[in-house]
Design a protein around this ligand. Structure first.
Ligand SMILES: Nc1ncnc2c1ncn2[C@@H]1O[C@H](COP(=O)(O)OP(=O)(O)O)[C@@H](O)[C@H]1O
Ligand SMILES: [Mg+2]
Length: 277
């Protein structure tokens, strides 16, 4: 890696203590991971493998039981405004307009500066004309755009995203991925993005970290050295996607075609993938 890592996860483990009469639950086991400044990294793995838990530890919302997490060289002690979390849904405040939502994290700046920042991010996420609208007047995709604009406004160094497009319909999701890619290229933030959608990870990331099923550990890391915007039909794209799919399939011990039932998704237009043989 060229520069010093901005996020460094070392031998991380998490076990939830036993409830009465039950075994303790080992959720994460010896996870080591380094993320460079400006890198776009996706974490993929089956439902329940500990992706959200891992993100909650890295962001400081949850304490690990083993190992350490360094962000910008210091151990994580709790949530930090220099790092922002984008949730799947319900992140925006329904009682605030689009511009008030975006302004929320920069309320202490002078008003001229606030106006300028809001204007810039409204434009960047394509919400011009909707500044005075309330979230209930917007589509799901537009609400996620508000959420992204709000995350970017305070100029954080790192953005954490936990399945942020999971609740959107397929076409909107494709559009949001393209937009997020463009925004990331313009803003040069470090993004750590969790998804259970393999296609999504290959479309977005510089590198995909594949977790095994629970207890989650790093099964493999795959570098995605494809130019953006990505050609979803190129043989290189399809090879990388299949490599990830097979790695996850192996770690689950399932045959091809059973991935869907294991909580993974692989959705494409006009194409059937992972057919059972
Ligand atoms: N507070 C908790 N106590 C016990 N088990 C938990 C708790 N939170 C999560 N888990 C378990 O940890 C596992 C990982 O959950 P999660 O991180 O949400 O997975 P993912 O995001 O990959 O779907 C799940 O099996 C879940 O049941
Ligand atoms: Mg999750």
């Amino acid at each position: 890696m060229v520069s010093a890592p901005v996020i460094s996860v070392r031998d991380l483990g998490l076990t939830f203590p036993a409830k009465k009469g039950a075994e303790p639950i080992v959720v994460l086991r010896s996870i080591s991971l380094e993320i460079a400044a400006g890198e776009f990294v996706c974490i993929v793995g089956p439902s329940g493998c500990g992706k959200t838990t891992l993100l909650n530890i890295i962001t400081g919302f949850l304490k690990q039981s083993a190992g350490e997490v360094l962000v910008q060289g210091a151990p994580v002690k709790g949530p930090d405004p220099r790092r922002i979390f984008v949730f799947q849904d319900n992140g925006v405040f329904p009682w605030l307009t689009v511009e008030q939502n975006i302004e929320f994290g920069i309320a202490r700046r002078p008003s001229a500066e606030r106006r300028e920042i809001v204007h810039r991010y409204v434009q960047l996420v394509g919400l011009t004309g909707f500044e005075k609208a309330y979230p209930r007047e917007l589509s799901g995709g537009m609400r996620q755009r508000v959420e992204i604009a709000r995350a970017l406004a305070p100029n954080p160094e790192i953005i954490y995203m936990d399945e942020p497009f999971g609740a959107l319909d397929f076409i909107t999701r494709l559009k949001m991925r393209a937009d997020l890619t463009r925004i990331w290229q313009e803003e040069k933030k470090t993004i750590l993005f969790v998804t259970h959608d393999i296609e999504e990870s290959v479309q977005l990331a510089d590198r995909v970290v594949i977790l095994s099923s629970r207890p989650g550990s790093v099964r493999k890391q795959v570098r995605i050295d494809l130019p953006r915007p990505r050609d979803l039909d190129s043989p290189e794209y399809l090879d990388l996607r299949d490599e990830i799919l097979h790695t996850i399939g192996m770690s689950l011990g399932v045959g091809a075609g059973e991935e869907e039932s294991a909580g993974l998704s692989l959705e494409r237009p006009n194409r059937t993938v992972a057919q059972s043989s």
